[in-house]
Design a protein around this ligand. Structure first.
Ligand SMILES: C[S@@+](CC[C@H](N)C(=O)[O-])C[C@H]1O[C@@H](n2cnc3c(N)ncnc32)[C@H](O)[C@@H]1O
Length: 297
């Protein structure tokens, strides 16, 4: 076993972590801020539909899992997202070795706020990897005027999720020197001939993984193993997920053979996490994130 998990608020936990502890971060944070507050989680778990969690329309008669709807955020809540990521970035920064990369999952509408907050904290914005999947956000006709405007959609139907990429500046003169000193500063290729692409066809999280993880925003092993693997260009180091949820990132690292640390504040998710990691990491034993293709069998 090469992972550790901590039941804590990651802001508190990070503030006492030693400098230069982590070589990469892969995380899917509560970027809407309100969706993981105790009030919103109580509404979600009690089936109350009044909050930020919404059930997308049925497709082909089948029920969809609830998704957080970020168009409910007010201007000041949106500003709070920017501040949240500046504070998160500032507290994370000293714990990373120079040249460490950070992947942060987001949504297209809030991406600019996350990037701005992280840039203010000192990180360099390095683009994003798009996870392509069949989304259910957006694409709606104008509310209460659907029949009047049948050919109109208010926003495009979302079919990608940006995983924003940041890098703590390198401390050495060149990337090569940084790689030699810290093992970071660049990304691991899929193979010698294939760099990491910035678009990955992903699909939704398989039902078997959802059954194990039982988390409303759980991400697929296929995608997480690709991103985890690329974070350690020399194969050496420790990956952190400060908002670990079901433990899916830690399971991806475990499957690859990377050392990792997860932090989760919610009692319910934390209590199941160790078991989840064992089960999720044993799925697809031949898939270590080194190709885009995963055969589900
Ligand atoms: C979007 S979910 C992550 C889901 C994860 N990617 C997965 O596949 O299971 C964010 C998680 O962060 C947790 N969380 C929110 N604020 C936190 C904090 N300050 N410290 C630690 N965990 C936190 C929530 O309880 C939630 O489980």
């Amino acid at each position: 076993m090469t992972f550790k998990i901590h039941h804590a608020n990651s802001f508190d936990w990070l503030s006492s972590a030693a400098p230069n502890s982590f070589h990469g971060v892969l995380t899917d944070p509560p970027f809407g801020i309100v969706e993981f507050t105790p009030e919103e989680i109580t509404k979600l778990r009690s089936g109350n539909k009044g909050g930020v969690w919404r059930i997308p329309p049925k497709i082909g008669g089948s029920e969809r899992a609830p998704l957080p709807r970020f168009t409910t955020l007010s201007a000041s809540e949106r500003e709070h997202v920017r501040t949240y990521f500046r504070c998160f970035g500032e507290i994370l920064y000293p714990t990373l070795v120079p040249g460490a990369h950070v992947f942060v999952a987001g949504t297209p509408m809030l991406q600019y706020l996350v990037q701005d907050g992280m840039a203010q904290a000192g990180f360099t914005v390095r683009g994003a990897v798009m996870r392509l999947y069949r989304g259910f956000r957006g694409g709606d006709r104008p509310k209460l005027a659907e029949k009047e405007f049948p050919e109109v959609c208010v926003t495009p139907r979302g079919n990608y999720e940006p995983w924003m990429l940041f890098r703590k500046p390198i401390s050495e003169k060149t990337v090569a020197e940084n790689l030699r000193r810290w093992g970071t500063g660049a990304l691991r290729r899929m193979s010698v001939d294939t760099p990491l692409p910035d678009i990955i066809q992903s699909g939704k999280t398989p039902a078997e993984e959802m059954r194990i993880g039982d988390h409303p925003t759980m991400k697929p092993q296929h995608f997480l193993r690709i991103l985890s693997r690329t974070l350690l260009p020399t194969g050496f180091g420790v990956i952190l997920d400060p908002f670990a949820g079901s433990g899916s990132t830690i399971a991806a690292c475990e499957a690859i053979g990377y050392e990792s640390i997860g932090v989760e504040s919610d009692d319910c998710h934390f209590n199941k996490m160790h078991k989840n990691i064992t089960k999720l990491s044993s799925l697809y034993p031949d898939f270590k994130g080194h190709s885009k293709e995963l055969t589900l069998c």
